[in-house]
Design a protein around this ligand. Structure first.
Ligand code: MN
Length: 426
């Protein structure tokens, strides 16, 4: 199914007067503070976040999975779902494919569908954390780090195959996340595992087209519970540096131990020109992968403050690959993704409101109280009218969740696809 532009404008007509009132009030307040409202709105409209191909199903845990009905059962339908998100929010203009869960059967047809919906192919993701039914070797004891050369070679070849698939679609980055590690002390030699991983990544890097990036994701634990080979940003950065200029660190918000200062990690990686990608989610305890901004919205805002600073002051750092990496469990996946996109845009808008010159002056004066006032002054602003304006300006809806429900989109998807469809993925 596809949302018609007339449905969007009909919906907007119903809520536009309330929006206009709120926007005018906020806009005049911000203008008095010396803010360039039009430029903030334009930046919000430009900001695009990739939706991973595994995020359109209900997801679940290792204990069970409960369908939300009408889920996409193939890649074409997944792209249709991202098209729905993009029509409403105008923020989800990219898809990040997971291989082998979502290998296109007809490349030209998939590209044509994505083009028609204004969706680009962002980073492709390899999978060496599961065994495939036709695989000769097993990843039970690791993939790129495995003590067996045959296993490492299979995992390297898989990543090279993923690059080829992404290349046919116009992707420009490969994201490698490894489950490699050990469940018990003594199981692995840390140095051997790290060196094997470095050597394997170098072999993958050699197969990377010139205009591609290799993004190395880290995670402290799970599925291995004693050690993970790429456990933190330091390990990721060492491996990226060991590969070369086209290799970068990828930060996933949920892949940190509790209370890690993620904004500081992000900041220093940008200073060194080595932050390549970003996965959004939120967490209470571990890698919970819950809706962005649902648990720690202030932490997200502080991270965005550093990202905005980096985007404005660190030309040595490339443009980032932004992606949502969350799971929905008991929510409608599309509604959950809309909430995540909204939370990302809100944090970005608030960070754009920070008066960087005033903050710098307060820092130079060691006026700690003023520094906090400046940050929290931006954070406490209700920026939702700016997001609404950004969406209206580029053909989206004022209130995406409201429109999704009022247009009965899930009901239409269930009618089209049936109740018992299941999306591939986790
Ligand atoms: Mn991730």
């Amino acid at each position: 199914m596809k949302i018609q532009q007339s449905e969007i404008s009909d919906y907007n007509k119903k809520v536009v007067s309330e929006h206009a009132e709120n926007f005018d009030f906020l806009s005049s307040k911000l203008t008095k503070q010396g803010k360039d409202v039009n430029s903030i709105v334009a930046k919000l409209a430009e900001f695009q976040v990739a939706i991973p191909s595994w995020a359109l199903g209900a997801g679940g845990t290792r204990f069970g999975r409960f369908s939300f009905y009408g889920e996409p059962s193939n890649l074409e339908q997944k792209i249709d779902d991202i098209g729905i998100l993009h029509s409403l929010t105008q923020t989800a203009g990219a898809v990040s494919l997971h291989i082998p869960w979502d290998i296109p059967s007809d490349y030209a047809a998939i590209k044509e569908k994505a083009d028609a919906l204004n969706i680009k192919f962002d980073a492709v993701n390899s999978n060496t954390f599961q065994d495939q039914s036709d695989a000769k070797e097993s990843y039970k004891y690791g993939s790129l780090s495995n003590v067996s050369k045959a296993v490492r070679e299979q995992a390297i070849q898989h990543n090279l195959d993923v690059i080829k698939i992404g290349d046919k679609l116009g992707s420009k980055a490969l994201t490698v996340w490894l489950a490699d590690g050990s469940c018990f002390p003594g199981q692995n030699n840390f140095q051997t595992a790290f060196q094997n991983t470095q050597d394997s990544l170098i072999d993958i890097y050699k197969g990377l087209p010139d205009d591609w990036k290799l993004l190395v994701e880290y995670k402290p634990y799970e599925p291995n519970f004693y050690s993970t080979v790429i456990q933190d940003w330091g390990a990721s950065l060492m491996l990226a540096n060991g590969c070369g200029d086209k290799a970068y660190t990828l930060v996933d918000l949920g892949h940190h131990l509790p209370n890690s200062n993620i904004e500081q990690i992000v900041s220093i990686l940008q200073l060194k020109g080595k932050l390549g990608g970003f996965h959004f989610n939120d967490s209470k305890y571990g890698d919970d992968d819950v809706t962005v901004g649902s648990i720690k919205p202030y932490a997200l805002f502080l991270i965005f403050n550093e990202l905005v600073y980096g985007m404005q002051n660190n030309p040595q750092n490339p443009d980032l690959a932004w992606m949502i990496d969350a799971s929905h469990n008991v929510k409608d996946p599309l509604e959950d993704l809309i909430q995540s996109l909204e939370a990302i845009q809100e944090a970005y808008a608030k960070a754009l409101l920070i008066d960087q010159d005033a903050l710098k002056a307060a820092q130079l004066d060691n006026d700690v109280v003023k520094c906090q006032e400046i940050l929290q002054g931006a954070y406490r602003t209700d920026v939702r009218p700016l997001l609404e304006k950004a969406r209206i300006n580029v053909g989206g809806v004022i209130n995406p969740i409201g429109a999704y429900r009022s247009l009965g989109i899930r009901e239409q998807l269930i009618k089209e696809r049936g109740r018992n469809t299941v999306a591939t993925g986790l």
